[in-house]
Design a protein around this ligand. Structure first.
Ligand code: ATP
Ligand code: MG
Length: 481
């Protein structure tokens, strides 16, 4: 049954006039109607494996053949979501109550007006539709958060996923850290999906998106009149997530006041709605995420250390994509398959140059950037394969050694390209770039100075971090930020 369309309905009654009357009226309402004159005929129709299950069954209780309760059970056995409406003779309320206990959705007493029945049928159809929607959403959610969707073989990623799996069955608070687009939300969903709470809500709050008071009312709710504009009581996310998981995204962006409130809730397992006096309790598992370095934030005094320890009972760090070179191609192929299916496009392969570009690109936006690049490439590629230009990546690889057409290049140019590529890939951390190039840090630092390469992050660090990544840049230096 698709929304807005009619439902598949069976009417069971041995009184032919009544049965036809009902069928006629409901057919006018856009539903697909079948009729059965006896219990046994109804059972045969319900159990017919060649036909779709009925969504609504309207049945008399006293029937020749098998009785209404047998029809009720058969309908619900075939399709657990089926709504069964029973019709009872006047004065036999106990029988109707018995049917409700057996799982009937509603009952009407004979004699009734047809429009009275129509109202009840409309409610039953709506009910079935909602059940269907909920289970579709659940299936979609668990498919989205299924472990197989988390692609990657690099040890750092596997370790993170492993930790998530082990944390999942517990109620322990988890803090997920990692740069933007590394999969923090995906892992949060995975933890929920693998937990005993998976059938309960997974509620997400983006702590960076809202100003302080709005965030607090979002989290804890408010009573009517708590502040100007609070003209209705509002249930907060903590209450909505009862029995489930509350995902606090960008938790590093909370104001000090909200941090203090959250800490209190975590310690006391109790909270108030804004403007409320009644203490409320919910059973919520907290998973938080941040792309900030919370330890640095603690050192700077912008994040509470006590809250940090409450949240990071288990800390999961997701590595940036540039540190997972082998995963890039794996992920690119996986995403290509996914988009090809979604867009109805052939599964074009990446050509050699595209693969090289994927491997050398620094991926500042991590998996999200890769996702976008692959989607765009599938849409743009005019040939049956994906070339480097289809990926339309920021020209970071332009000077990269692997992309150089060596014909006509001087050794100095090749060297410069290699140094730049290594720096980009390592996020401009010289120590890592030196390791990639297989030279000492001293040597790399010397080359960088000679080539006149500089980067804004080095300038910022200068002085503070005792020159670790801060070569004294020449006046004529090229800034490649
Ligand atoms: N290992 C992975 N395998 C497959 N898809 C991934 C993986 N990691 C991330 N993704 C996909 O990349 C996109 C970004 O992931 P996600 O939203 O979880 O990142 P995030 O860390 O929460 O980013 P932000 O900090 O910007 O909110 C999503 O579409 C997600 O499905
Ligand atoms: Mg996120």
């Amino acid at each position: 049954m698709t929304p807005g369309r009619g439902a598949r309905i069976l009417v069971v009654d041995d009184n032919e006039a009544l049965r036809r009357g009902i069928a006629l009226a409901l057919r006018e309402g856009g539903h697909a109607l079948d009729q059965a004159a006896s219990g046994s005929e109804a059972l045969a129709r319900i159990r017919d494996p060649a036909a779709d299950p009925y969504e609504v069954v309207i049945t008399d209780l006293r029937l020749p053949g098998a009785d209404g309760l047998a029809v009720l059970r058969a309908a619900r056995t075939r399709e657990a979501r089926a709504a069964v409406l029973v019709m009872t003779a006047f004065g036999s309320v106990e029988v109707a109550v018995g049917a409700m206990r057996e799982g009937a959705f509603d009952f009407v007493q004979k004699p009734f007006e047809l429009d009275q029945l129509e109202v009840r049928v409309a409610r039953a159809v709506e009910h079935v539709r909602l059940l269907r929607e909920v289970s579709d959403l659940r299936a979609e959610r668990s498919a989205r958060y299924a472990p197989e969707n988390l692609v990657g073989r690099s040890p750092a990623l596997r370790a993170a996923v492993d930790l998530a799996r082990r944390a999942a069955p517990t109620r322990t608070t988890v803090l997920i850290s990692g740069e933007t687009g590394t999969g923090k939300e995906l892992v949060a969903g995975l933890i929920h999906g693998l937990s005993p709470r998976s059938e309960r809500p997974f509620v997400k709050v983006n702590c960076a998106a809202l100003p302080e008071t709005l965030l607090e009312s979002e989290l804890f709710g408010h009573e009517r009149g708590a502040f100007t504009g609070a003209d209705r009581t509002r249930v907060g996310r903590f209450e909505q997530a009862d029995g489930g998981t509350l995902f606090l995204d960008e938790v590093g962006d909370m104001s000090p006041a909200t941090q203090a409130k959250l800490l209190r809730v975590l310690q006391e397992q109790e909270f108030h709605r804004l403007g409320g006096t009644r203490p409320l309790r919910t059973d919520v598992r907290i998973v938080a995420a941040t792309n900030q370095d919370l330890r640095a934030a603690i050192a700077e005094g912008t994040f509470r250390e006590d809250l940090y320890f409450r949240l990071a009972v288990i800390g999961i760090h997701l590595p940036p994509l540039r540190e997972r070179e082998d995963d890039v191609v794996l992920l690119a192929n996986h995403l290509r398959d996914e988009f090809a299916r979604e867009l109805g496009r052939p599964r074009s392969g990446f050509d050699r140059a595209a693969l090289a570009k994927l491997r050398t690109h620094p991926w500042p936006g991590n998996v999200r950037e890769l996702r976008n690049a692959v989607e765009r490439a599938l849409l743009m590629a005019e040939r049956p394969w994906i070339g480097p230009d289809d990926l339309a990546l920021a020209p970071a690889g332009g000077e990269a050694a692997r992309d150089l057409d060596l014909a006509g290049c001087t050794l100095a140019e090749v060297e410069r390209g290699a140094v730049l590529a290594a720096l980009r890939r390592s996020g401009f951390v010289q120590k890592r770039a030196a390791a990639l190039l297989g030279v000492s840090r001293r040597k790399l630092n010397y080359m960088i100075r000679k080539m006149g390469i500089t980067h804004p992050s080095w300038r910022r660090n200068r002085g503070a971090s005792a020159g670790d990544d801060a070569p004294p840049s020449l006046d004529s230096a090229v800034d490649i930020g």
